[in-house]
Design a protein around this ligand. Sequence first.
Ligand code: NAD
Length: 280
Amino acid sequence: MNNQMVLNNGVVIPQLGFGTIGQEGDLITDNVAFALNHGYKLIDTANRYGNEVEVGRGLKKSGLARDQYFVETKLGPTLYENDSAIDETLKRLNVDYIDVMLLHHPVNNYIYAYQMLEKAYKEGKLRAIGVSNFTVEQLKDLLSKCEIVPAVMQVECHPYYPAEAVKPFCEEKGIRLQSWFPLGHGNKELFVEPAIVKIAEKYQKSTAQVILRWHTQMGFGLVPGSRSFGHIEENARIFDFAMTDEEIAQITALSKHEPIYKVTPESLARLAVTKCNFED
Ligand code: NAD
């Protein structure tokens, strides 16, 4: 069974989701349908991934009723002042509502974009709203100008970078953290960390499963990605064991205090102008 997280508006979502970045066409349709029938109840995508139509097909292909799965997506920065962008996202995904919608990056007019999310939330098109990749300063700016406290923030988070910069503030404000790059983007060094190997041997689990279980015991949501059925299934089998507090602390102590993905003025400038593949 998936562990669940209660959001600050009372909506309950699964901790574990399937991440869909970099997967397109029939591959992602098949992987979404497979994931939903093998331990996942939440699918994470984004306008920018360019695969919402195929993800939507996978939701239908799963054979599950709409209330049996959760859909999460992110508004692309070039659409932050486009008043029809949320309705068009619903159409691409072929759903009547989205469970969680986030602003993808803290660029462009993110206040206006968040107000679009607030409006769609009040209209019942979105069940929860949030942001991704915001700093504490940017969250404070948002909170001072907007009405609804974000329910979720998706950030880079894994044992080498356990979201230290934003965790205390988000906990204080009731903003649930959800980890992207939960496996450190498949980081080879992380998979053979002696502390993790030892714990994996004790519980008869793979090191990937130990890392993913760490996220859930830390209270994070997580959206691991994989292209193969084998890894997709393996990554969902993480709720049948529990590590001790000491083991969780050993894994957290591996932090290098540096993200793998480096945010720079150049990277933000690029994200601000890079269009989604369905834009002109
Ligand atoms: P990840 O940390 O989930 O690593 C995935 C990689 O690890 C796979 O490509 C595979 O090579 C490897 N892997 C997966 N399962 C494995 C296993 N059991 N054993 C060994 N190797 C395994 O990183 P990701 O896939 O790049 O990102 C996950 C998701 O996070 C994305 O699909 C996307 O949904 C989300 N994301 C969001 C943002 C954002 O800005 N909000 C940015 C990046 C990613």
